[in-house]
Design a protein around this ligand. Structure first.
Ligand code: ZN
Length: 452
């Protein structure tokens, strides 16, 4: 009898254990599945409150793009079928290039379970296409999506930057927060009057004042137009203002209301690429002498060279010690010469008409040159002149009502700038004060330890 009981236990016990284990596993799977599907088969033993905790759709989520992500793969991770993701992207592409999505960009989505419960349907999507715009995608029924681009209202403000040059105007102003577009405008505007190779020295002070557009929700800012810039050369301020006369086009003017545009550029090369003479020890950067007949601009090989003024190309070929050489004839019996070019720009040859600022070639070291640089000459009435010393009349000067309007514009800019500078100074002072407060008391040597 005892033996048969033991036998029964030996048979029944593993069965009970196996059944229990099966039940436990299926129960556990059920719990895990709860979060991804609402179609749940409830076994009769299951307490009912487990089911009512399942959140009903629709759901919303903010997805963040990681490196290597595409819109298609973040949607598929969410459980959106790939055919639907494709329709989403096709609709979006009409107002936004999905390739413009950046790492860390956020995409807000609303989605819901499909009627058959297998996957999800995307209902709505919103993303920021750039600081000024956002894009919304709405499901309009079936598998149809409609994307619309909206303009975001940004708050207009003014910003300013004050600094001094350590490396170059371009590098230092960029570091201080100026945008490349603003710097391009500034360098171009100053290129008529400033020799970027010789006039700019370490410590040269600069100021920029410009429009800013701010998104108050995210705090992102977009710089607008450069309104004012100042360079202090030899203790003399050079100021430019961006002004649009009534019925005219916007342009830069000096504080006297003279257009910065002149017949000739003083720096006929991209001034941003010049490390302002100092620190450039590889080759001599010569100034004008009777022997040298021109001025040199040291810049990396390939830096674009611009026509200093409108004119006709008289010569464009190899020319002895000058290497690759261009001579342009301008009005007023004036010529400009460009030497040691790495190569000529496409379409430029003897007889071509060129406009001021047009790229005619690229910096090199052909002919007798110790390093890459542009050798630039100015010839007036058959005589060489120092391009740095030539004074030129502005192309236009504001007069009458336009000049009065300009004066009022200057006053407004200077007043706003003064207020901005004051705020920056106050902030700087309070920062310094708080640093003083936070610094630990000076360390004192204990006199008892001194003697030992
Ligand atoms: Zn030279």
């Amino acid at each position: 009898m005892k033996q048969s009981i033991a036998k029964l236990i030996a048979i029944v016990f593993p069965l009970v254990l196996a059944y229990g284990l099966t039940f436990y596993v299926s129960f556990k799977n059920l719990q895990e599945n709860d979060s991804v599907t609402t179609q749940v088969v409830v076994p009769p033993q299951q307490p009912s409150e487990e089911v009512s905790e399942v959140e009903e759709g629709p759901y919303d989520e903010t997805l963040t793009l990681k490196e290597g992500d595409t819109l298609a793969n973040i949607l598929s991770r969410l459980g959106i079928p790939s055919s639907q993701a494709h329709e989403v992207i096709t609709a979006l592409a009409k107002v936004f290039n999905p390739k413009d999505l950046k790492i860390d960009q956020e995409v807000y989505v609303i989605y819901d379970t499909q009627p058959n419960g297998e996957n999800y349907d995307l209902k709505f999507l919103r993303l920021r296409s750039d600081i000024d715009h956002y894009v919304e995608l709405v499901r309009t029924g079936g598998s149809l999506f409609q994307a619309t681009k909206y303009k975001k209202e940004l708050k207009h403000e003014y910003s300013n930057i004050n600094g001094s040059i350590k490396i170059s105007l371009y590098a230092d102003a960029l570091k201080a927060g100026a945008s490349p577009k603003m710097l391009y405008d500034m360098i171009k505007a100053f290129s008529y009057d400033v020799d970027f190779q010789r006039d700019i020295q370490p410590g040269t002070e600069f100021s920029l004042f410009y429009d800013t557009y701010k998104d108050e929700d995210s705090g992102h800012e977009r710089p607008g137009e450069l309104l004012y810039a100042k360079l202090v050369l030899d203790d003399k301020p050079h100021e430019i203002y961006r002004f649009q006369p009534l019925g005219g086009v916007p342009g830069y003017y000096t504080s006297l209301g003279e257009a910065v545009q002149k017949a000739l550029l003083r720096t006929p090369i991209d001034g941003a690429r010049i490390n302002s003479g100092f620190g450039n020890r590889k080759h001599p950067i010569k100034g004008y002498t009777k022997m040298h007949k021109g001025v040199d601009f040291g810049a990396p090989t390939g830096t674009p060279i611009m026509a200093a003024g409108d004119g006709i190309v008289e010569r464009c070929n190899k020319y002895g010690a000058y290497g690759n050489y261009i001579c342009i004839r301008h009005v007023g019996n004036t010529k400009t010469v460009y030497a040691h070019l790495h190569r000529f720009a496409k379409g430029v040859s003897a007889g071509s008409k060129v406009r001021q600022g047009q790229v005619i070639g690229y910096v090199g070291a052909t002919g007798n040159a110790t390093g890459a640089h542009l050798h630039f000459e100015l010839i007036r009435n058959g005589k060489h002149e120092n391009p740095q010393k030539v004074t030129q009349l502005p192309k236009t000067k504001l007069t009458g009502a336009a000049f009065n309007e300009f004066k009022a514009f200057i006053a407004k800019i200077q007043q706003t700038k003064k207020e901005k500078d004051q705020i920056a100074m106050d902030r700087n002072e309070s920062r310094l004060e708080s640093e003083e407060l936070q610094s630990p008391p000076p360390f004192k040597i204990d006199s008892s330890l001194k003697s030992s």
